[in-house]
Design a protein around this ligand. Structure first.
Ligand SMILES: [Zn+2]
Length: 221
């Protein structure tokens, strides 16, 4: 059900999905920065294991998917904000999520919605698949556990703001969602939302990919 072949630095990987006869595949580059960056993050000790942040196996590894030492994150921002379901993330994504929540999402919820945010709905995290599930596309950052999709924010008063309804919802919801989307761009290197395309009409995609020749490019749409 699977095949692989190496071609000028590109690895074409066929993935068998369930019993489906189609075999979605993706193209993955050899990208040494990923392991280097992850090892540096792990060595820095920035991610502390806790009852909310627990280590997992290497996921897809050894393969192009997965991570060396991924974490299962059930709550972020020192436990203040639950992730439902928990997200599987590589090391650099854990402090990035904390930073976005503490510096942007938590203050924005209080300011625009008048209540603390207590949970995020995780629409996707680790998934070994091509970008946008398109056959032959590059391996998604989700395949490296380097991305998370957020589809809703739950407040302490029980109110739930979904990206799908809230993006064009009440003035307060629109203001909150635009603030957290824009604010994500100073932490994550790729931020995609409903303004980008129909695939993202119901969630924010946040990742730490490298863009451009020097790897310092950013995508904020
Ligand atoms: Zn995504």
């Amino acid at each position: 059900m699977s095949r692989s072949r190496v071609r000028v630095g590109l690895i074409l990987v066929a993935l068998a999905v369930g019993s489906c006869s189609q075999q979605p595949y993706f193209v993955a580059k050899d990208e040494p920065w990923r392991a280097n960056e992850e090892r540096a993050c792990l060595a820095s000790g920035i991610v502390r294991e806790s009852r909310f942040v627990t280590p997992r196996s290497a996921l897809g590894g050894p393969s192009v998917c997965g991570a060396i030492h991924p974490f299962f994150v059930s709550a972020a921002a020192r436990g203040w904000v639950s992730l439902t379901p928990p997200a599987l993330l590589r090391c650099p994504m854990v402090p990035a999520l904390d930073r976005w929540l503490e510096r942007v999402v938590m203050p924005a919820a209080r300011y625009h919605l008048g209540a603390p945010v207590v949970a995020l709905k995780v629409a996707a995290s680790y998934s070994c698949r091509p970008m946008n599930n398109v056959n032959g596309a590059r391996l998604s950052e989700h395949g490296h556990a380097n991305a998370v999709d957020i589809s809703a924010f739950t407040l302490a008063n029980g109110h739930v703001v979904t990206v799908a309804a809230g993006w064009w919802g009440t003035f307060r919801e629109r203001s909150f969602l635009r603030a957290v989307h824009r604010g994500a761009c100073s932490t994550f290197t790729t931020v995609l939302g409903p303004g980008y395309d129909r695939n993202h009409r119901d969630h924010f995609h946040l990742d730490l990919a490298r863009h451009g020749h020097d790897g310092a490019g950013r995508i904020c749409k």
